[in-house]
Design a protein around this ligand. Sequence first.
Ligand SMILES: Cc1cc2nc3c(=O)[nH]c(=O)nc-3n(C[C@H](O)[C@H](O)[C@H](O)COP(=O)(O)OP(=O)(O)OC[C@H]3O[C@@H](n4cnc5c(N)ncnc54)[C@H](O)[C@@H]3O)c2cc1C
Length: 274
Amino acid sequence: MIPAAFDYVRATSAEEAISLAGEHGDEAKFLAGGHSLLPLMKLRLAQPAVLVDIGRLADLSYIRDGGDHIAIGALTRHRDVETSDLLAEHVPLLAHAASHVGDPQVRHRGTIGGSIAHADPASDLPATTLALGATYVAHGPGGTREIAAADFYEGFLTSSLAADELLTEIRVPKMAGAGWGFQKFNRRAQDWAIVGVAAWRRNGDAGVALVNMGSTPVLASSVASALAGGASVADAAEQAAAEADPQADLNASVEYRVHLAKVLTRRALEAASS
Ligand SMILES: Cc1cc2nc3c(=O)[nH]c(=O)nc-3n(C[C@H](O)[C@H](O)[C@H](O)COP(=O)(O)OP(=O)(O)OC[C@H]3O[C@@H](n4cnc5c(N)ncnc54)[C@H](O)[C@@H]3O)c2cc1C
């Protein structure tokens, strides 16, 4: 429960953070809210030699109207996402999903950028932003690039970010009247999802993504295709696990996860259709 020794540097700007990470390469890790990284370090599953603290970069904490999207700074805390009037109006699915992250203490500390960069398939916001078709903005020594959420998640806790790239902004399209549903199945309130589903629907269009149904957040494209082809919600939900590759763990067998994915997708789509 005691992490390996590490050096600690506090960055005063995004540029300084990128430069410090560049100096140390794979040996360095950004520290945002610390709610995912520090537990891994205490278990010695992560042993970075240098922590570059970005937690006080206040200019990366914002929620702004970007016209057709809402722009969220990577250092924005879950609590600010949960309580944002702008998100409540334009992307209520994301605000609601943020309210399901851990407990109030976790939500006051953890950041949306940290959750996405950590790329944990069991986290709520990676799958939710994937369902919404978000774009992530990353800054590195070579400049800025935009990454579609669908291209971002490469494997378990692995994203397409380079070690010296800083995730700076999450752009989420406005939902413009779409219905939505969010389902999170766990054994105790405030736990991680055993399986979760984020879904929206507008006329023939839909987006559905699954939490904890594989090594990455899973875009359930077959469900959206079935709905676009005129299938009922119940029939479309039967396709929920088509793109998934769930694993068994202490909480659920593979078969149970598949069952949950179908049931929760149906419930989320019923809410989105109502
Ligand atoms: C008790 C507990 C319960 C939780 N329950 C849930 C839950 O129910 N649902 C859920 O979704 N999450 C849950 N979490 C996780 C929580 O949401 C974390 O806050 C979040 O996953 C990580 O955000 P962070 O800011 O703490 O990131 P950190 O722990 O600081 O960083 C995580 C990783 O991302 C990297 N990183 C961070 N920010 C950036 C950036 N801007 N650019 C590039 N890389 C970056 C770090 O280097 C590190 O590798 C829980 C955590 C705890 C401790």
